[in-house]
Design a protein around this ligand. Structure first.
Ligand SMILES: NC(=O)c1ccc[n+]([C@@H]2O[C@H](COP(=O)([O-])OP(=O)(O)OC[C@H]3O[C@@H](n4cnc5c(N)ncnc54)[C@H](O)[C@@H]3O)[C@@H](O)[C@H]2O)c1
Length: 383
């Protein structure tokens, strides 16, 4: 069988996302399945080199997962012409200089979100990648979640009629780190390290809304820091300088109103960590990470407000599961496969740096709306 190799410089693989989603569940899983099928019948086999700051951590990961190559020397890795793709899952504030170096070295670039912490930098990276003629992409993983893909199927089928509103709940309780260790890294709670839930989540909401319902035209946001102090990985108490909760409202083209609450200080009383309810004139649906349930207008019950009697309805029983009808692979892996095919055979890939910059723009305008206590229009970003 004809096998082609692609050398990938993977930076930030000692982190949560880099290791679990990108190295193990994407690149190594692609290797295990025998590569990515290309249009000409060949298989594309990724060959990663792990890059990071700690030789000990890299060596351990490489040994545990059977990865042959690792280095602490990013410039050296970028100088190798046999590795043509750079991937970055470092913490957000470290991303831009490494991505710029990779573009300058002529590498194709694929990154975790957010592309940068401000839109000026994100647009600069997009312009540099375009000028260098390299392929560029940003992770937009929520679009590839089974629940979101089934929801998109409903939208595309016309199931909803005219979509009226979209309401999302995202979040879970992240422990404070004192009596139980936190399940997210502490930099998430420090603005000076690129943290904050608006910066973290609004870039997701941008592509979810844009690609599922219609472009975001305006934003209104109120944020807050519910937990003012936490205890970090080092056991030391620190001040939380970044927002951990955000109540966002978005106006979409076509007059749809979307409202999404995001928080690391909500306790979960819903089926999944994220749920999105869509109400339309002909039907409604609630999508989560994996599930999607719908209610057509003909199955809609007729409740009457009467607190004097016990509730006679079992509302959840009037909803039906949307069937999978296909096998859903890991969303990060699916997007990796698309990007690899984009690099080697120019397959279409809409999730580029300009898309990444749109996400950063929405986060930035969300923060501005909060600060100025007003609605803000979202201007179209042009390359
Ligand atoms: N797509 C998603 O759903 C999703 C989810 C969580 C995080 N992310 C993004 O992934 C990136 C990494 O997040 P994470 O949760 O894996 O973080 P993490 O703290 O677990 O990992 C951070 C990585 O950056 C490296 N790093 C480089 N310079 C560093 C420095 N000066 N200080 C600390 N670490 C440094 C670390 O060694 C580590 O490999 C972030 O940009 C984040 O926004 C995306």
């Amino acid at each position: 069988m004809n096998e082609k190799r692609i050398g990938i410089i993977m930076n930030g693989v000692t982190g949560r996302m880099g290791l679990n989603q990108h190295l193990v569940r994407s690149i190594l899983a692609i290797r295990e399945q025998g590569g990515v099928a290309l249009a000409d019948g060949a298989r594309l086999m990724p060959d990663p080199i792990l890059v990071g700051r700690s030789a000990a951590k890299l060596e351990t990961i490489a040994n545990e997962h059977g990865v042959a190559r690792w280095t602490t020397d990013l410039s050296g890795a970028l100088a190798n012409p046999d590795d043509t793709l750079y991937f970055d899952a470092q913490l957000t504030a470290m991303r831009a200089p490494s991505v710029e170096a990779a573009i300058a070295a002529g590498k194709h670039v694929y990154c975790e979100k957010p592309l940068a912490t401000d839109s000026e930098v994100a647009l600069r990276l997009a312009a540099q990648a375009r000028a260098a003629g390299v392929k560029h992409g940003v992770v937009q993983d929520k679009l590839f979640l089974p629940g979101m893909r089934k929801l998109k199927r409903l939208v595309d089928s016309g199931f909803f009629g005219r979509i009226l509103s979209v309401r999302g709940e995202f979040g879970y309780w992240v422990f404070e780190g004192d009596w139980q260790p936190a399940q997210r890294p502490s930099w998430n709670y420090r603005k000076e390290d690129g943290g904050g839930i608006v910066v973290d989540m609004f870039c997701h909401w941008r592509y979810v809304l844009d690609h599922t319902f219609g472009r975001v035209r305006a934003v209104q946001c109120l944020g807050g820091t519910a937990i003012p102090e936490r205890v970090g990985e080092n056991g030391i108490r620190y001040e939380c300088t970044a927002d951990d909760t955000a109540y966002g409202t978005f106006e979409l083209e076509g007059g749809i109103v979307a409202q999404i609450n995001s928080s690391w200080s909500f306790r979960v009383y819903r089926d999944e960590l994220f749920s999105l309810q869509v109400d339309g004139t002909l039907g409604s649906a609630v999508a989560g990470l994996r599930e999607c349930r719908s209610q057509h207008r003909v199955n809609t019950p007729r409740p009457v407000w009467n607190p004097d009697i016990p509730n006679p309805f079992k509302f959840r029983e009037d909803w039906k599961d949307v069937p999978d009808n296909q096998v859903f692979d890991n969303g990060f892996k699916v997007q990796w496969e698309l990007f690899l095919r984009h690099v080697v055979e120019d397959a279409s890939f809409p999730h580029d740096f300009l898309e990444g910059a749109r996400g950063v723009q929405l986060a930035e305008l969300g923060l501005k709306s909060w600060k100025e206590r007003r609605w803000i229009d979202v201007p179209e970003l042009v390359p």
